[in-house]
Design a binder for this molecule. Sequence first.
Ligand code: HEM
Length: 279
Amino acid sequence: MKLDFLDEDLMVVSQLDEKEYCEKSWKVYFDGVANTLGHRIEAILISLEKHYYPIKTRLNFNNTNNMAKYESGGPDYDVPLGRRDGRTFATRNVTLQNLPPPFANASTILASLATKNFDPTDVVALSGGHTIGISHCTSFTGRLYPTQDPSMDKTFANNLKGICPTANSTNTTVLDIRSPDKFDNKYYVDLMNRQGLFTSDQDLYTDSRTKGIVTSFAVNETLFFEKFVLSMTKMGQLSVLTGKKGEIRANCSVRNSDNKSYLASVVEEELEEEPWSEF
Ligand code: HEM
């Protein structure tokens, strides 16, 4: 079989309508990614008759990095490959010890992240991850009940009380009210308007060490993207395993021991979505 990978910018290769497209085309699922050691890529091709062809090929160009893309519109950046990850997961306790809580103020967050060599710019940039996603009420109702946090915009607080009528409400709300699904710099505009959801967010605009950085990102999205990429790359290099410890993953988000089941679940999804399949 001759394998030519298409130009990723080539989005449309034919003019079939959607139903016809689904029924008359082969499908391809990518799994393994290229890495510094193997330069390889793995995929499964699914034919019209629902036959599955796992393929593995060696890329004929020097590919040392994988390109991470944010569907939500954030910056693209090269992720250094070849990192060794543990084969087991961190325990709940170790995870909690390393995660500052949302009710922590900027001093606590800065001190906690300084132990990992992050400076105030890293802290503000990484907190910008809250430009997308949601939170449960219990992560911030401490700012609403029994007394309202005076650093919170009053209309914003009243709206949150509507979403979370009691401190233990199980509802959720968005982290960035201006553009909840878009990876942009509006989170920092929220903070400047006292509409940050967590204390750990809002206090970045109160603390003198971080206030100016928040403003600089609110007025300059390119600067935010640049710093976010640097800090994310730095975070990806925290406590990496060396020597023979751990393993280099074929798929960044899956342990190698789970890789086969990952592939199987893709195949199962395919079958569930297409009940007419005879496979
Ligand atoms: C500075 C320390 C941080 C604290 C205290 C914190 C806290 C939280 C909390 C409490 C939630 C909501 C959980 C819930 O109630 O469901 C949350 C969600 C989220 N956080 Fe953070 N976080 C921090 C740093 C980060 C970083 C560094 C990123 C990424 C770069 C990030 C990205 C997100 C995202 C995307 C969500 C939404 C998840 C979803 O929609 O399910 N956070 N964070």
